[in-house]
Design a protein around this ligand. Sequence first.
Ligand code: 13P
Length: 249
Amino acid sequence: MRKKIVAGNWKMNNDLAETEVFLVELKKQVFPENVVIMIAPSFTNLNHAFKSLREHNVELAAQNMHQNNEGAFTGEISAKMLKSVGVKTVILGHSERRAIFHEDSAILAEKVNTALENEMTVIFCIGEELEDRKKGSHFELIKKQLSEGLFHISDDAWDNIVIAYEPVWAIGTGETASPEQAQEMHKFIREIIAENYSKAIADNVSILYGGSVKPDNATEIFGQDDVDGGLIGGASLKVDSFMKIINSF
Ligand code: 13P
């Protein structure tokens, strides 16, 4: 079911004490009923956040996950571990994972499979670099990322997929895609899902925009027909700006 979603990707920010300050403040807020609200703290704070948010309408996501269910993978976290601390959603394919940690489409496809086998929801991130956009190859690149990382899944699996379009040149730079650029790409994403699966599946999937979403630009971006919400980095670290974005639909 297509939903409005605002998810905060905290990246490597907020230790336990800072997480607690955020949660105390967040729990005082009144949330709009038609928006799914999610935060993705670091692994070390997920269990604390889960316990703290139990009575509240805020979901949790992990920022990454290993593709194997268990084994000799020092430093890694499995789907089972995430589920055991109350996490049912995982962000996969973030551009920082792709670029800094060399996660390619083959690894991401495996991670998607593992998450789905473990009945988790995946927020699958895609996005072009500035060079791709300058060359005019951004549509092709997005199609490739989707085809290689996601288009092997079954029709039914789409119920557990959210897509986040995050142009790399807009992440943490203060430069957002214009609402028109976001709409154009989101529409394209829906069209290629329809081509590869069906119009019904394409119409049902939530597609979030990410990249310098702030309180002062969220309304315009969220107002686009094919934009179902946002994956928010910097502006999700403070309750005040996060709430303003949540209330921007
Ligand atoms: P910023 O909102 O800080 O640009 O980060 C976006 C992002 O990468 C969310 O995953």
